[in-house]
Design a protein around this ligand. Structure first.
Ligand SMILES: C[S@@+](CC[C@H](N)C(=O)[O-])C[C@H]1O[C@@H](n2cnc3c(N)ncnc32)[C@H](O)[C@@H]1O
Length: 404
């Protein structure tokens, strides 16, 4: 039995005491005791709790692996996330001030990747238990929208229908405006009987679309509203995690693009930013995934009152826009995946583009790419944190940069 004081949180939200000893579920400043095995105190008893400790809002928080930080107050989590950002910026010598912080409310995540298994009595759907691949039921989940939480019986019905005896289904459910959009992986191969029973489930639970591996059955368009346009993303395509987070990011991007008449949206997805920005400017959207480009274009063609939007499928890692292509725009929005956009930012640094909105879900690659832009003469005029990943260790950032 050892007694230790936790000094900091690791990047997965575990407490870390000198040693290092990893203490799951423990906050900085807390004194704990327990057995330590292989550098982990798996079952700590709290001797002195932190003032930042709160009772978890969700009844599944202790066992469920879906959330990491339900035991910490919102203020603590915000301060911790700001610190993660500050440290990433410091490491690159960037001294930008962080302006506003948005935190999405509980019950607002609009997509969940549930796991489901067959059991002796039928099926069980939920999330994995912390640090394990055992599936646990989460009927009172406080993270996802109420429609997603209520969809678990439907996910179980899918497992009864098409999970192999020992295998696990991965069922991604998205709360779209047209109804639930469900995408299933890891099940039996689809055949005529499965197809017909899937149609029954879709009808019974009022699903908009159900996709089994690559085969989609659409009852109603599972659409999302991006400004004046309605877009039906391809199954499983990227979407911002919450509606509130998306609105906060869009506001920051719109502010950064004020006055721009012609904008390139790089890593545009299905048009989250491109389509609302088309109310004020001509847009050229670039995105790697062809089906997403098609969805964006279709959304624009069917909307009223938008300026011209062109869209191109292009791999911006291998084939970034070059300075002469970038110089045709007076604003650039860039929202790359976690790896950042080193090659594209290198070209942006050589361009004459006046305004950049840089969105990122990774503070480390964000800081690396921003440092290159600062070196090239850009200034950060606004920096906001958008925490659409409540109770997790993730966060989103958006910066406005300008060059005279
Ligand atoms: C963080 S998402 C942002 C999407 C969009 N801006 C939004 O807010 O919905 C990153 C996007 O980059 C795309 N992507 C990933 N790698 C890419 C590449 N090498 N070239 C172009 N696009 C890529 C993904 O398909 C995804 O749509």
């Amino acid at each position: 039995m050892e007694q230790v004081t936790v000094e900091r949180l690791g990047h997965k939200g575990d407490g870390i005491a000198p040693g290092p000893i990893f203490v799951p579920g423990i906050l900085p400043g807390e004194v704990v005791e327990g057995a330590v095995e292989n550098g982990v105190m798996a079952a700590p008893r709290i001797v002195t709790p932190s003032t930042a400790r709160v009772s978890a809002p969700c009844s599944h928080a202790k066992s469920c692996g879906g959330c990491q930080l339900q035991h910490a107050s919102d203020d603590f989590v915000t301060e911790w996330k700001l610190d993660v950002v500050r440290r990433a910026l410091d490491a690159q010598g960037i001294s930008a001030e962080i302006g506003s912080v948005h935190t999405s409310p509980p019950q607002s995540r609009r997509r969940a990747a549930f796991s489901a298994k067959r059991t002796k009595k039928g099926a069980l759907a939920g999330f994995h238990r912390k640090g394990s691949d055992v599936v646990i039921a989460v009927p009172n989940c406080q993270l996802v929208t109420p429609k997603l939480a209520a969809s678990l019986p439907m996910v179980e019905a899918l497992a009864v229908l098409g999970a192999s005896r020992k295998g696990e289904l991965s069922v991604t459910v998205t709360d779209s405006l047209g109804g639930l959009d469900v995408s299933v992986k890891g099940g039996k191969e689809i055949d005529t009987e499965l197809r017909s029973k899937l149609a029954d489930i879709a009808r019974e639970y009022g699903l908009a679309r159900v996709t089994w591996d690559d085969e989609a059955l659409t009852r109603l368009p599972p659409y999302h509203q991006f400004g004046k346009a309605q877009v039906v993303p391809p199954p499983g395509a990227f979407l911002q995690a919450t509606l509130a987070g998306e609105a906060a990011l869009l506001q920051a991007v719109t502010d950064a693009m004020a006055g721009a008449k012609s904008i390139a949206d790089l890593f545009a997805g299905c048009g989250t930013f491109a389509l609302p920005l088309a109310e004020q400017a001509r847009i050229h959207a670039f995105e790697g995934e062809k089906p997403m480009v098609k969805a964006l274009d279709h959304g624009w063609r069917n909307a009223q009152g938008l300026k011209h939007v062109t869209s191109t499928a292009r791999d911006l890692f291998r084939n970034p826009l070059l300075p002469d292509e970038l110089d045709r725009f007076d604003g650039v929005v860039i929202d790359p995946p976690r790896a950042g956009a080193e090659a594209q930012v290198e070209q942006l640094a050589k361009s004459k583009v006046k305004r950049i909105a840089h969105v990122s879900c990774n503070p480390v690659t964000f800081a690396r790419d921003t440092a290159r832009l600062l070196q090239a003469g850009y200034r950060v005029t606004d920096l906001r944190v958008v925490d659409q990943f409540r109770w997790s260790t993730h966060l989103e950032l958006v910066a406005a940069l300008t060059k005279d």
